[in-house]
Design a binder for this molecule. Structure first.
Ligand code: ATP
Length: 321
Protein backbone atom coordinates (compact mmCIF):
# COMPACT_ATOMS: atom_id res chain seq x y z
CA UNK A 1 0.00 0.00 0.00
CA UNK A 2 2.77 2.42 0.98
CA UNK A 3 4.71 1.72 -2.21
CA UNK A 4 1.70 2.55 -4.37
CA UNK A 5 1.07 5.73 -2.41
CA UNK A 6 4.70 6.75 -2.69
CA UNK A 7 4.57 6.29 -6.46
CA UNK A 8 1.52 8.56 -6.61
CA UNK A 9 2.60 11.07 -3.97
CA UNK A 10 4.07 13.51 -6.54
CA UNK A 11 0.53 14.40 -7.64
CA UNK A 12 1.39 13.59 -11.30
CA UNK A 13 -0.45 11.17 -13.60
CA UNK A 14 0.68 7.52 -13.59
CA UNK A 15 -0.81 4.95 -15.93
CA UNK A 16 -2.31 1.75 -14.53
CA UNK A 17 0.09 -0.15 -16.75
CA UNK A 18 3.19 1.61 -15.35
CA UNK A 19 2.01 1.24 -11.76
CA UNK A 20 1.22 -2.45 -12.34
CA UNK A 21 4.65 -3.04 -13.90
CA UNK A 22 6.44 -1.33 -10.99
CA UNK A 23 4.48 -3.30 -8.41
CA UNK A 24 4.46 -6.59 -10.35
CA UNK A 25 0.65 -6.78 -10.42
CA UNK A 26 -2.08 -6.53 -13.06
CA UNK A 27 -3.86 -3.28 -14.03
CA UNK A 28 -7.07 -4.49 -12.42
CA UNK A 29 -5.19 -5.29 -9.21
CA UNK A 30 -3.87 -1.69 -9.26
CA UNK A 31 -7.43 -0.40 -9.58
CA UNK A 32 -8.56 -2.54 -6.63
CA UNK A 33 -5.67 -1.37 -4.47
CA UNK A 34 -6.41 2.25 -5.29
CA UNK A 35 -10.04 1.85 -4.27
CA UNK A 36 -8.89 0.24 -1.03
CA UNK A 37 -6.49 3.16 -0.48
CA UNK A 38 -9.28 5.68 -0.90
CA UNK A 39 -11.40 3.91 1.70
CA UNK A 40 -8.55 3.43 4.18
CA UNK A 41 -7.01 6.88 4.01
CA UNK A 42 -9.81 9.15 2.81
CA UNK A 43 -7.53 10.61 0.11
CA UNK A 44 -9.01 11.45 -3.25
CA UNK A 45 -7.65 9.69 -6.35
CA UNK A 46 -8.61 10.91 -9.81
CA UNK A 47 -8.85 8.55 -12.76
CA UNK A 48 -8.67 10.07 -16.23
CA UNK A 49 -9.15 7.94 -19.31
CA UNK A 50 -5.99 7.70 -21.39
CA UNK A 51 -3.79 9.36 -18.73
CA UNK A 52 -4.12 7.15 -15.66
CA UNK A 53 -4.36 7.98 -11.98
CA UNK A 54 -3.27 10.87 -9.89
CA UNK A 55 -3.90 12.17 -6.39
CA UNK A 56 -6.11 15.24 -6.02
CA UNK A 57 -3.16 16.85 -4.18
CA UNK A 58 0.47 15.85 -3.86
CA UNK A 59 1.32 14.16 -0.57
CA UNK A 60 4.27 14.56 1.74
CA UNK A 61 4.62 11.10 3.31
CA UNK A 62 6.75 10.35 6.35
CA UNK A 63 10.15 9.03 5.38
CA UNK A 64 11.69 6.99 8.20
CA UNK A 65 15.23 7.11 6.80
CA UNK A 66 15.16 10.86 6.31
CA UNK A 67 13.75 11.37 9.77
CA UNK A 68 16.42 9.18 11.36
CA UNK A 69 19.14 10.94 9.39
CA UNK A 70 17.74 14.40 10.18
CA UNK A 71 17.62 13.62 13.89
CA UNK A 72 21.11 12.15 13.88
CA UNK A 73 22.50 14.71 16.29
CA UNK A 74 19.66 14.33 18.76
CA UNK A 75 19.98 10.53 18.95
CA UNK A 76 16.23 10.03 19.40
CA UNK A 77 14.60 6.75 18.39
CA UNK A 78 12.02 7.19 15.65
CA UNK A 79 8.81 5.16 15.47
CA UNK A 80 6.66 6.02 12.44
CA UNK A 81 3.30 4.39 11.74
CA UNK A 82 0.77 4.53 8.93
CA UNK A 83 -2.10 4.69 11.40
CA UNK A 84 -2.26 4.70 15.17
CA UNK A 85 -4.95 5.48 17.75
CA UNK A 86 -2.96 8.30 19.34
CA UNK A 87 0.77 9.01 19.12
CA UNK A 88 0.74 9.99 22.81
CA UNK A 89 -0.88 6.68 23.81
CA UNK A 90 1.62 4.75 21.69
CA UNK A 91 4.58 6.67 23.16
CA UNK A 92 3.25 5.91 26.65
CA UNK A 93 2.97 2.22 25.72
CA UNK A 94 6.60 2.16 24.51
CA UNK A 95 7.71 3.86 27.75
CA UNK A 96 5.82 1.28 29.82
CA UNK A 97 7.43 -1.48 27.74
CA UNK A 98 10.85 -0.15 28.73
CA UNK A 99 12.02 1.11 25.30
CA UNK A 100 15.15 3.27 25.10
CA UNK A 101 14.49 6.99 25.46
CA UNK A 102 14.16 9.65 24.19
CA UNK A 103 11.90 8.35 21.47
CA UNK A 104 9.48 9.97 19.09
CA UNK A 105 6.30 8.54 17.67
CA UNK A 106 4.88 9.86 14.40
CA UNK A 107 1.91 8.72 12.37
CA UNK A 108 0.39 9.41 8.98
CA UNK A 109 -2.95 9.60 10.77
CA UNK A 110 -4.49 9.17 14.20
CA UNK A 111 -7.76 7.32 14.56
CA UNK A 112 -8.28 8.60 18.13
CA UNK A 113 -6.16 11.77 18.29
CA UNK A 114 -6.83 13.70 21.46
CA UNK A 115 -6.72 17.17 22.93
CA UNK A 116 -7.13 18.14 26.56
CA UNK A 117 -9.89 16.69 28.72
CA UNK A 118 -10.82 13.95 26.27
CA UNK A 119 -11.42 16.32 23.36
CA UNK A 120 -10.73 15.12 19.85
CA UNK A 121 -7.76 16.15 17.68
CA UNK A 122 -8.70 15.90 14.00
CA UNK A 123 -5.90 13.94 12.28
CA UNK A 124 -6.43 13.27 8.56
CA UNK A 125 -4.06 11.04 6.60
CA UNK A 126 -0.65 12.47 5.63
CA UNK A 127 -1.75 16.10 5.96
CA UNK A 128 -0.44 17.16 9.35
CA UNK A 129 2.16 16.31 11.94
CA UNK A 130 1.09 14.00 14.76
CA UNK A 131 4.15 13.83 16.94
CA UNK A 132 4.95 12.62 20.46
CA UNK A 133 8.30 12.82 22.22
CA UNK A 134 8.84 10.62 25.29
CA UNK A 135 11.47 11.66 27.83
CA UNK A 136 12.68 10.40 31.15
CA UNK A 137 12.59 13.08 33.84
CA UNK A 138 14.96 12.74 36.73
CA UNK A 139 15.27 15.06 39.66
CA UNK A 140 11.76 16.20 40.27
CA UNK A 141 9.28 18.92 39.63
CA UNK A 142 11.57 21.72 38.47
CA UNK A 143 12.01 20.04 35.11
CA UNK A 144 8.27 19.97 34.62
CA UNK A 145 7.64 23.57 35.56
CA UNK A 146 6.47 25.53 32.57
CA UNK A 147 7.33 22.61 30.30
CA UNK A 148 4.15 22.74 28.26
CA UNK A 149 4.66 26.49 27.68
CA UNK A 150 8.28 25.93 26.74
CA UNK A 151 7.24 23.35 24.15
CA UNK A 152 4.84 25.91 22.68
CA UNK A 153 7.78 28.30 22.29
CA UNK A 154 9.83 25.69 20.44
CA UNK A 155 6.88 25.08 18.10
CA UNK A 156 6.50 28.82 17.41
CA UNK A 157 10.24 29.11 16.73
CA UNK A 158 10.06 26.26 14.20
CA UNK A 159 6.96 27.76 12.55
CA UNK A 160 8.64 31.15 12.14
CA UNK A 161 11.76 29.51 10.72
CA UNK A 162 9.53 27.79 8.17
CA UNK A 163 7.80 30.98 7.10
CA UNK A 164 4.74 31.19 9.38
CA UNK A 165 5.79 34.62 10.62
CA UNK A 166 2.66 35.45 12.61
CA UNK A 167 2.48 32.30 14.73
CA UNK A 168 1.99 33.02 18.42
CA UNK A 169 0.85 31.46 21.67
CA UNK A 170 -2.31 31.29 23.71
CA UNK A 171 -1.91 30.24 27.32
CA UNK A 172 -1.47 27.44 28.15
CA UNK A 173 -1.11 25.12 25.19
CA UNK A 174 -2.30 26.52 21.87
CA UNK A 175 -0.42 27.91 18.91
CA UNK A 176 -2.45 30.34 16.83
CA UNK A 177 -2.22 32.67 13.89
CA UNK A 178 -4.58 35.54 14.74
CA UNK A 179 -7.61 33.74 16.16
CA UNK A 180 -7.04 30.54 14.17
CA UNK A 181 -5.59 27.45 15.80
CA UNK A 182 -2.60 25.98 14.00
CA UNK A 183 -1.16 23.60 16.60
CA UNK A 184 -1.75 22.20 20.07
CA UNK A 185 0.41 20.69 22.80
CA UNK A 186 -0.66 17.92 25.17
CA UNK A 187 1.67 16.75 27.94
CA UNK A 188 1.05 13.48 29.75
CA UNK A 189 2.96 12.12 32.72
CA UNK A 190 3.59 8.71 34.13
CA UNK A 191 5.46 7.78 37.33
CA UNK A 192 6.21 9.89 40.36
CA UNK A 193 6.90 13.55 39.49
CA UNK A 194 8.84 13.95 42.76
CA UNK A 195 11.26 11.16 41.80
CA UNK A 196 11.74 9.49 38.40
CA UNK A 197 8.94 9.91 35.90
CA UNK A 198 8.32 10.00 32.19
CA UNK A 199 6.69 12.69 30.19
CA UNK A 200 5.14 12.38 26.75
CA UNK A 201 5.06 15.66 24.85
CA UNK A 202 2.32 15.43 22.25
CA UNK A 203 2.27 18.01 19.46
CA UNK A 204 -0.27 18.29 16.67
CA UNK A 205 0.59 20.76 13.90
CA UNK A 206 -1.63 21.46 10.92
CA UNK A 207 0.84 21.28 8.06
CA UNK A 208 -0.90 20.83 4.69
CA UNK A 209 -4.54 20.63 5.78
CA UNK A 210 -6.77 22.68 3.50
CA UNK A 211 -10.26 21.55 4.55
CA UNK A 212 -11.59 20.03 7.75
CA UNK A 213 -15.29 20.26 8.42
CA UNK A 214 -14.90 18.27 11.67
CA UNK A 215 -12.80 20.95 13.40
CA UNK A 216 -15.35 22.92 15.42
CA UNK A 217 -13.31 26.11 15.90
CA UNK A 218 -11.36 28.48 13.66
CA UNK A 219 -8.16 26.83 12.43
CA UNK A 220 -5.39 27.25 9.91
CA UNK A 221 -2.38 25.31 8.59
CA UNK A 222 1.21 26.05 7.60
CA UNK A 223 0.22 25.64 3.97
CA UNK A 224 -2.69 28.06 4.24
CA UNK A 225 -0.43 30.62 5.95
CA UNK A 226 2.60 30.35 3.66
CA UNK A 227 0.77 29.60 0.42
CA UNK A 228 2.82 26.52 -0.34
CA UNK A 229 2.83 22.80 0.35
CA UNK A 230 5.20 21.86 3.19
CA UNK A 231 7.53 18.90 3.58
CA UNK A 232 6.28 17.10 6.71
CA UNK A 233 9.64 15.40 7.27
CA UNK A 234 11.36 18.78 7.33
CA UNK A 235 8.73 20.08 9.76
CA UNK A 236 9.36 17.08 12.05
CA UNK A 237 13.13 17.51 11.85
CA UNK A 238 13.07 21.27 12.50
CA UNK A 239 10.63 20.76 15.35
CA UNK A 240 12.90 18.13 16.93
CA UNK A 241 15.97 20.33 16.57
CA UNK A 242 14.23 23.24 18.24
CA UNK A 243 12.84 21.04 21.00
CA UNK A 244 16.30 19.60 21.62
CA UNK A 245 17.77 23.09 22.11
CA UNK A 246 14.89 24.45 24.21
CA UNK A 247 14.66 21.36 26.43
CA UNK A 248 18.39 21.44 27.18
CA UNK A 249 18.17 25.12 28.19
CA UNK A 250 15.06 24.47 30.26
CA UNK A 251 16.86 21.66 32.09
CA UNK A 252 19.76 23.97 32.84
CA UNK A 253 17.93 27.21 33.65
CA UNK A 254 14.26 26.44 34.31
CA UNK A 255 11.26 28.16 32.74
CA UNK A 256 12.04 31.53 34.32
CA UNK A 257 14.77 32.04 31.70
CA UNK A 258 12.05 31.89 28.99
CA UNK A 259 9.41 34.01 30.69
CA UNK A 260 10.09 37.15 28.65
CA UNK A 261 10.41 35.30 25.36
CA UNK A 262 7.13 33.50 26.08
CA UNK A 263 5.29 36.73 26.91
CA UNK A 264 6.66 38.39 23.77
CA UNK A 265 5.01 35.60 21.73
CA UNK A 266 1.76 35.57 23.74
CA UNK A 267 -0.96 36.83 21.41
CA UNK A 268 -3.34 37.61 24.29
CA UNK A 269 -0.90 39.67 26.36
CA UNK A 270 -2.77 42.70 27.81
CA UNK A 271 -6.13 41.43 26.49
CA UNK A 272 -9.39 41.19 28.44
CA UNK A 273 -10.21 37.50 28.94
CA UNK A 274 -12.45 35.10 30.78
CA UNK A 275 -10.72 32.22 32.52
CA UNK A 276 -12.87 29.10 32.59
CA UNK A 277 -12.42 26.51 35.33
CA UNK A 278 -15.18 23.94 34.99
CA UNK A 279 -18.43 25.77 35.73
CA UNK A 280 -16.61 28.75 37.26
CA UNK A 281 -15.33 31.74 35.33
CA UNK A 282 -13.21 34.77 36.19
CA UNK A 283 -12.83 37.94 34.14
CA UNK A 284 -9.49 39.71 34.04
CA UNK A 285 -6.73 41.27 31.97
CA UNK A 286 -3.74 39.13 30.95
CA UNK A 287 -0.55 40.37 32.60
CA UNK A 288 1.63 37.43 31.54
CA UNK A 289 3.08 34.37 33.23
CA UNK A 290 5.04 33.82 36.42
CA UNK A 291 8.47 32.11 36.62
CA UNK A 292 6.86 28.63 36.55
CA UNK A 293 4.44 29.37 33.73
CA UNK A 294 1.27 30.07 35.72
CA UNK A 295 -1.07 32.68 34.23
CA UNK A 296 -1.05 36.15 35.82
CA UNK A 297 -4.33 38.04 35.56
CA UNK A 298 -5.38 41.43 36.79
CA UNK A 299 -8.73 40.73 38.46
CA UNK A 300 -10.55 43.70 39.98
CA UNK A 301 -7.28 45.60 40.52
CA UNK A 302 -5.56 42.60 42.10
CA UNK A 303 -2.88 40.41 40.55
CA UNK A 304 -3.92 36.74 40.69
CA UNK A 305 -2.05 33.66 39.53
CA UNK A 306 -3.64 30.54 38.04
CA UNK A 307 -2.32 27.14 36.99
CA UNK A 308 -3.66 23.65 36.37
CA UNK A 309 -4.73 21.45 33.50
CA UNK A 310 -8.43 22.26 33.70
CA UNK A 311 -8.15 25.94 32.81
CA UNK A 312 -9.13 27.54 29.51
CA UNK A 313 -8.94 31.12 28.32
CA UNK A 314 -11.46 32.91 26.16
CA UNK A 315 -11.14 36.42 24.75
CA UNK A 316 -13.69 38.92 26.01
CA UNK A 317 -14.96 41.31 23.41
CA UNK A 318 -14.96 45.01 24.25
CA UNK A 319 -18.76 44.88 24.42
CA UNK A 320 -18.53 42.36 27.33
CA UNK A 321 -16.45 44.65 29.51
P1 ATP B 1 -8.55 25.32 25.45
O1 ATP B 1 -8.73 26.79 25.29
O2 ATP B 1 -9.21 24.76 26.63
O3 ATP B 1 -7.15 24.84 25.23
P2 ATP B 1 -9.25 24.06 22.99
O4 ATP B 1 -10.62 24.04 22.39
O5 ATP B 1 -8.17 24.72 22.22
O6 ATP B 1 -9.48 24.75 24.35
P3 ATP B 1 -7.65 21.59 23.18
O7 ATP B 1 -7.89 20.45 24.08
O8 ATP B 1 -6.38 22.34 23.29
O9 ATP B 1 -8.88 22.56 23.37
O10 ATP B 1 -7.79 21.07 21.69
C1 ATP B 1 -8.90 20.31 21.25
C2 ATP B 1 -9.83 21.18 20.41
O11 ATP B 1 -9.11 21.70 19.30
C3 ATP B 1 -10.99 20.42 19.80
O12 ATP B 1 -12.08 20.39 20.68
C4 ATP B 1 -11.28 21.18 18.51
O13 ATP B 1 -12.12 22.29 18.77
C5 ATP B 1 -9.93 21.73 18.12
N1 ATP B 1 -9.26 20.88 17.10
C6 ATP B 1 -9.33 19.54 16.90
N2 ATP B 1 -8.54 19.17 15.89
C7 ATP B 1 -7.93 20.29 15.43
C8 ATP B 1 -7.00 20.54 14.40
N3 ATP B 1 -6.48 19.58 13.63
N4 ATP B 1 -6.63 21.83 14.22
C9 ATP B 1 -7.11 22.84 14.98
N5 ATP B 1 -8.00 22.65 15.97
C10 ATP B 1 -8.39 21.38 16.21
Amino acid sequence: MQTLLRLLSDGEFHSGEDLGALLGISRSAVWKKLQQLEVETGIEIHKVRGRGYRLAHSLSLLDRDRLREGLGGANWFVHAYDAIGSTNAEAMRLVDRGDSLPLIVLAERQTAGRGRRGRKWVSPFAENLYYSLALRIEGGMRQLEGLSLLVGLAVVKMLREMGVDNAGLKWPNDILVGNRKLAGVLLELTGDPADVCHVVIGIGINVNMRAATEVDQLWTSMMLETGHHQDRNQVAISLSQNLDVYLALHLEKGFSAFKEEWEASHLWQGKPVTLLAGVNSIDGIVLGVDPVGALRLLVADQVKTFSGGELSLRLRSVADQ
